[in-house]
Design a protein around this ligand. Structure first.
Ligand code: ZN
Length: 194
């Protein structure tokens, strides 16, 4: 079954030309396999000690609204709930999302002074789902940070997509993609923009 709302559209985050792609994927996989999740070193220093996120899945209306990081560590129960919101809707299982993605989203929402929850269109994608999309569109690569649980495509009510992308790019916290269809891609890979 192919879900319209979960369709990623073109996503050059998957572009093979992106620097350090293999290292990114290795790092992502390594993190997911790790039982003790620690905040990203360089980024953690500038992040607040209490981190909230408001995110709603556009297609299912699953919602997370709460604190996911406090007292120097990620809240595992909150992460599980976020994993559910950011899951691949075509998959039977929920896969852990890299929590640094939530830090990027948290920081961008804070900078934008956003009142409304992120409307998540696509989060984690299984390799099968991504390959299926890649067959449908040449703009979708066969390699994507979505497959490492490190990326999300979203809209943010009341905020212009181009403005979101511009602000996020200035923050240099990860990859930023702007799409004319009115949505934005953010990831916790190396800072870059398209
Ligand atoms: Zn994307």
């Amino acid at each position: 079954m192919f879900d319209l709302f979960n369709r990623p559209g073109p996503c050059p985050c998957c572009d093979p030309a992106m620097a350090g792609r293999r290292q990114i994927l290795k790092a992502g996989i390594g993190l997911l396999a790790c039982t003790a999740i620690m905040p990203a070193g360089a980024m953690a220093a500038s992040l607040p000690s209490l981190r909230r996120l408001r995110a709603q899945r556009a297609a299912t209306e699953d919602v997370f609204d709460g604190v996911y990081f406090r007292d120097g560590k990620y809240d595992r129960e909150a992460l599980h709930k976020l994993d559910w919101v950011f899951r691949d809707l075509n998959a039977a299982e929920v896969t852990p999302i890299d929590p640094r993605l939530f830090d990027v989203l948290n920081a961008v929402a804070d900078r934008l002074d956003a009142d409304d929850p992120y409307q998540i269109m696509s989060g984690y994608r299984t390799p099968e789902h991504n390959a299926s999309n890649a067959r449908r569109s040449r703009a979708v690569s066969t390699v994507s940070l979505h497959m490492s649980g490190m990326a999300a495509d979203f809209r943010l009510p009341g905020k212009d997509a181009f403005g979101i992308a511009r602000t996020a790019a200035q923050m240099q916290m990860g990859g930023v993609g702007y799409y004319r269809e009115g949505f934005v891609h953010l990831d916790c890979g190396p800072p870059r923009r398209w």
